[in-house]
Design a protein around this ligand. Sequence first.
Ligand SMILES: [Zn+2]
Length: 72
Amino acid sequence: MLARPDAYRCTECGLPYRSEGFSYYEGKIENGAAYWSDRGILCSPRCSIAHHRKRQAEGTLRQEPAPDPFEF
Ligand SMILES: [Zn+2]
């Protein structure tokens, strides 16, 4: 996970981590952000979807299938 979450803000809307309205994993700030991508953290389901759509439009969305556990 992110070593210094305080240095981060939402990749989509720029809302700083620890701000009012930021979504945390299981609702607890100590658990870190609830949403993120390979580009950074996201504050809410809304920004998560917006980011996903933007990446889709850019063609930079990672769409590798989940690894098959039976192949290991
Ligand atoms: Zn946001």
